[in-house]
Design a protein around this ligand. Sequence first.
Ligand SMILES: C[S@@+](CC[C@H](N)C(=O)[O-])C[C@H]1O[C@@H](n2cnc3c(N)ncnc32)[C@H](O)[C@@H]1O
Length: 256
Amino acid sequence: MAHSDYSGSKVGKGVALSAAAVPVADEQQETAHDYDEWLERDSLSARWVRFWFSPKRTLWLNTPVRALAARIPLQSTDRVLDLGCGYAGLLIYLHRKIRFTGTVEGLDCSARMVERAREEIRVRGMQEHVNVRQGLATELPYADASLDAVLCTYVIKHLSDEPLRTVLREVRRVLKPGGRFCVWEAAPSRHRFMQVWNLKLLRLGVSVVHLRTAAELRGFLEAAGFSDIQPYGHGLYYFYPPLPRAGYIATRSAEK
Ligand SMILES: C[S@@+](CC[C@H](N)C(=O)[O-])C[C@H]1O[C@@H](n2cnc3c(N)ncnc32)[C@H](O)[C@@H]1O
């Protein structure tokens, strides 16, 4: 199966993709465009998002990553992908902890995110071990059964149901049998007022936002053929305002 490599191209509104990729790519291009514009702005919300994306501070929002290496468990020889990696904060953290001997990968649809991620990696001298490229989650530029683990944190809210199914099929394709998929995302609030408030907050700079309950997320993982689906990272995303989080670690079973 051929996969596009977007590393040298600008993914944004109006970029031509292969005919087969267009229906699911439109929404993702919109998200890429939204992030690119948001990160460039001088507004309060743009400063707020740049503050939280920094490699150090993203760990405060991604608290489940701290126990992940032991939970999966990750080895120094593992090939890992962080799908929708932002500024690559999780890869930088994991490489510090595990000292990968090969190269771990980050993929993100936003050109600005990729640019900044590469800079964060460069200033830490990690270029040999952490590689980030631009691309869409529905078309992973990796070979079948080539990865030991895929992370995907706070990304799937930007995918409506059909693209999400495609992404999960892609994640299964690139994972080795027995490989692990770790996903967490903001979930809907049970309180009506908080739900309206949280959606407003999450849509400050990006228009495509779909929140799913833990049960719904599990349903998507099951339908995509993942097995041994264990809750991981359920809790709170932000404490104030309180925004719930749903997450799982799922296994790519050996059968097709
Ligand atoms: C909320 S940020 C989370 C970043 C990082 N995972 C973290 O937790 O700090 C969502 C990221 O996913 C990326 N993203 C959203 N949809 C994507 C898609 N379809 N393909 C690739 N990247 C995507 C965005 O550009 C953005 O960097």
